[in-house]
Design a protein around this ligand. Structure first.
Ligand SMILES: Cc1ncc(COP(=O)(O)O)c(C=O)c1O
Length: 387
């Protein structure tokens, strides 16, 4: 048996191997505090669950159009309008089984041998994995701690050449928790006008999880870029719906027929009843989201203050998402050693920075979307481990 080379080039997410190790240790009776997975401990809103159950009871059991029901696409369009005052017709919206497929499709559209794709490092590992899969050259732009891990427009624009096909951005960023504000994004959007051949994939999956009353400078607010702009978003993080597998993409009009064909060739359509829940999430009350952000604000401070009190650890304050990305170099360990000892000795599951890129050897990703009690206990256990 001989499998295709591009399949061998696919990467993975280390989070799943840590997830498996955590599960094994738990089965052996060890108590593990899990700060590894990228999801919150909140439940999906009740009105979303109710709408989905009703859809099933009402007999919505068949296929939908591959790009999603018109009602679901209209709900996304309405939400974008009410949040960001941007006019995106439902025809440009594709409902996906999660946020990830938009990434997979977009990178497949532009990657091939001889092409270059620019992406953040540290960043979500699937960007690099998929670029390698396509055979394109993966060109990273580094997010650095002494610049608060913010996007650097000059650096990014300097990496563009005639081979560049796609630029991948992620704001707020996983794993660093950094949030890049409007002045910087304005500068980048302006600079990108000089490179009309470069498509842009902006991953805005954490667009609603931003702290300190700030708002995302979404790329949807730059209509000059619409003919080459792909936005990745979805329900997973905002509505605590990671297991539902629901996402949406906004695509340039001229790519829609190709995306449609990808959907037909791949998943046919997104779970029908879940699309009813998706509409309820977008159109329904936001009190649960607001409570979640309030609670995350408290947890963020608890975790960051606690990490800063530990010997050898420095941590910048995350502006968005639910991740902190401390520098642990002062402990005398690298991220991998630190993470291994955390799991085996302290019983705390966290992710080494290298899971997100080659530059992040001295960093570790902590998820603070868990209970305050879990965060306090984890900090105490790590404190004991370091003493
Ligand atoms: C930056 C980023 N983009 C996309 C995704 C994928 O989201 P989904 O679970 O909806 O596929 C994640 C999930 O962790 C993420 O962190």
């Amino acid at each position: 048996m001989k499998i295709a080379k591009n399949v061998e080039r696919l990467g993975t997410e280390a989070v799943y191997s840590i997830f498996a190790k955590t599960k094994k240790l738990t089965q052996q009776g060890k108590k593990i505090i899990d700060l590894s997975l990228g999801q919150s401990n909140f439940k999906s809103p009740k009105h979303v669950v109710d709408a989905t159950i009703k859809a099933l009871k009402d007999g919505h059991h068949g296929y939908t159009l591959p790009n999603g029901t018109i009602e679901c696409r209209e709900a996304v369009s309405r939400k974008i309008k009410s949040l960001y005052k941007a006019n995106i017709e439902p025809e440009r919206i594709i409902i996906m089984p999660g946020g990830k497929p938009t990434m997979h499709y977009a990178i497949s559209f532009f990657g091939e041998p001889g092409a270059e794709i620019i992406y953040p490092d540290p960043g979500f590992p699937i960007y690099e994995s998929m670029i390698h899969y396509t055979g394109a050259k993966a060109v990273s732009f580094n997010l650095v701690e002494n610049k608060d891990f913010l996007i650097n427009p000059d650096k990014i624009l300097s990496l563009i050449n005639e081979k560049t096909r796609l630029l991948i951005l992620n704001n707020p960023n996983n794993p660093t928790g950094s949030f890049t504000g409007k002045d910087i994004i304005d500068k980048l959007a302006d600079g990108l006008k000089k490179f009309p051949q470069v498509a842009i994939l902006c991953d805005e999956i954490y667009d609603r999880l931003i702290f300190d009353k700030k708002e995302i400078p979404t790329f949807l607010n730059y209509p000059d870029l619409y003919d080459r702009l792909i936005i990745l978003n979805g329900w997973s993080k905002t509505y605590a719906m990671t297991g539902w597998r629901l996402g949406w993409g906004v695509w340039p009009e001229k790519l829609i027929e190709h995306v449609f064909k990808f959907c037909v060739n791949n998943h046919s359509c997104v779970n029908t009843a879940a699309q009813y829940g998706a509409i309820a999430a977008l159109d329904g009350p936001e009190n649960e989201l607001n409570n979640m952000i309030k609670e995350f604000t408290i947890r963020r401070k608890l975790l960051v203050d606690g990490l800063r009190n530990l010997k050898g650890i420095e941590c910048s304050m995350p502006g968005g998402s639910f991740f902190a990305f401390p520098n642990i170099k002062g402990t005398g360990m690298n991220g991998e050693e630190f993470t291994n000892r955390c799991l085996q000795e302290a019983g705390v599951a966290v992710i080494p920075g290298t899971a997100f890129g080659k530059f992040a050897t001295n960093y570790v990703r902590f998820n603070f979307a868990t209970s305050q009690k879990n965060i306090s206990n984890a900090l105490e256990k790590i404190h004991n481990m370091l003493s």
